[in-house]
Design a protein around this ligand. Structure first.
Ligand code: ADP
Ligand code: MG
Length: 420
């Protein structure tokens, strides 16, 4: 059972390292993997396979290098380059029968993987797992057959078992893990998007109301201008008013557009005062509708690192909740504090408040007390964004009195921040 034992060690190492890789990937802020990063990771796996391979003779290397090659080939489309890498590495270990066998197996594999990749991605998640297992099985069968030619001094039952069963199982596990992570990430992105769409819809309604006011005013003055032959200075005065009203309507639309634009995932230095003022101007129409007075107290400076769109989304969600918690109107306090290490943002409302049990459930997906009006995703998105921006969030609340959200983010040091 020497070969089986070695191959199992190979498999455990592959699974452990891939798991570490996936966790690292999951922690990455933007959840994208460049082909280079993937290539380097897979080459490390291939090298580990080589280092822990079973070598009954100097020309025979038994290991699972096929697995990283297939994962890279099927899932990332880098099969050909991985095949060439395997051939090159095997060449370093010696030009002998094993090397030629590697070429004989990996050159056709490179072509097969290259042709298979586009088709592979058109299949369903589960079918992809099965296809991976099947491809592994066929290629392992070819490898095992090569043993019949070279006849190394090994137990053939052992070799056949090690080659026909373990790689297929291994690839099944790795492929399943990959699909699982991928679906998880896709689902998370869909949830963020759907919460945003919901917010966009509601804001749209509130904002069109807000645009109507200046337009009505402008229209009134246009009618005045049309009806009377006014003195020149009056005409000018009215035109100026019309211009001002139209400009304010335009501003409302502009604010709305900056929020509803798709996110780009760019990290930049954000001046929190300026960003929060923008968020407040987006929400002003909704606050007015609910007779909520917005009271701000900003520290002069304070910057953090983060994605602008996400930052906006985070505070829109929190402030929208605060406004919705005050059905009969109230005050929404927005305060920022700054020190060398941290920037704090405090959002306080005088709304209905929450019980301890309700606070504990905040951020849980689909937890909402608003019936069909709520999605129960807003706070989940908030926690996700706070975590991605390396911040913390504390919530305190008293039923009937109000709620306080305290955000803390690491300060970004900027030397030349304008004091506006
Ligand atoms: P939704 O707003 O769609 O219900 P959220 O995830 O934004 O979903 O909020 C979840 C729940 O948390 C709300 O239904 C509400 O019960 C509670 N909540 C959030 N913010 C506040 C607040 N400022 N005051 C009172 N309750 C709140
Ligand atoms: Mg909400």
């Amino acid at each position: 059972m020497e070969i089986t034992k070695h191959i199992l060690v190979n498999l455990s190492l592959l699974i452990i390292l891939s798991f570490i890789g996936l966790i690292w990937f999951e922690r990455k802020r933007n959840l994208t993997l460049s082909k280079w990063e993937a290539y380097i990771g897979l080459v490390i796996l291939i090298l580990v396979c080589f280092i822990f391979s079973y070598r009954p003779t100097p020309t025979h290397y038994f290991d699972l290098r096929l697995i990283p090659v297939l994962i890279g080939g099927l899932y990332l489309g880098i099969g050909p380059i991985l095949c060439l890498t395997v051939i090159a590495i095997r060449g370093i270990y010696g030009i002998n029968f094993g090397f030629y066998a590697t070429i004989a197996l990996y050159l056709p594999s490179a072509i097969i993987l290259w042709r298979l990749y586009p088709w592979f991605w058109k299949q369903h998640s589960m079918k992809r797992v099965w296809v991976s297992v099947l491809v592994t099985f066929v290629l392992s069968l070819l490898t095992a057959s090569s043993l019949l030619v070279s006849k190394p001094p090994i137990n053939f039952y052992d070799a056949w078992f090690a080659y026909l069963v373990i790689p297929a199982i291994g690839l099944g596990i790795m492929s399943y893990l990959t699909e699982f992570f991928r679906n998880n990430i896709l689902m998370r992105q869909t949830i963020v998007k759907s919460e945003k769409l919901h917010a966009v819809e509601q804001l749209g309604a509130a904002i069109s109301h807000e645009i109507r006011n200046p337009l009505t005013a402008a229209m009134g003055f246009v009618q005045l201008l049309m009806a009377n032959s006014l003195p020149r200075h009056k005409q000018k005065e009215y035109l100026l008013i019309i211009k001002e009203e139209l400009r304010s309507a335009e501003r409302v639309i502009q604010d709305y557009l900056t929020f509803s634009k798709p996110a780009l995932d760019t990290v930049e230095t954000l001046q929190i005062k300026r960003e929060l003022q923008q968020v407040i101007s987006i929400l002003r129409p909704t606050a007015n509708q609910h007779s909520v007075e917005v009271i701000t107290s900003f520290a002069l400076i304070g910057s953090i690192q983060g994605d602008r769109q996400k930052f906006h989304q985070c505070f829109i969600n929190v402030m929208k909740n605060a406004i919705e918690a005050m059905p009969g109107g109230g005050q929404l306090y927005i305060e920022t504090r700054y020190d060398r290490q941290n920037v704090s943002i405090i959002i306080r409302d005088t709304g209905i408040g929450m019980t301890k049990a309700q606070i504990d459930r905040l951020g849980e997906p689909y937890y909402s007390t608003k019936g069909s009006k709520g999605t129960g995703l807003g706070m989940m998105v908030v926690y996700g964004i706070v975590k991605a921006m390396k911040g913390t969030l504390r919530v305190t609340s008293t039923v009937g009195e109000g709620t306080e959200f305290i955000f803390q983010f690491p300060s970004a040091l900027t030397l030349s921040e304008p004091h506006d």
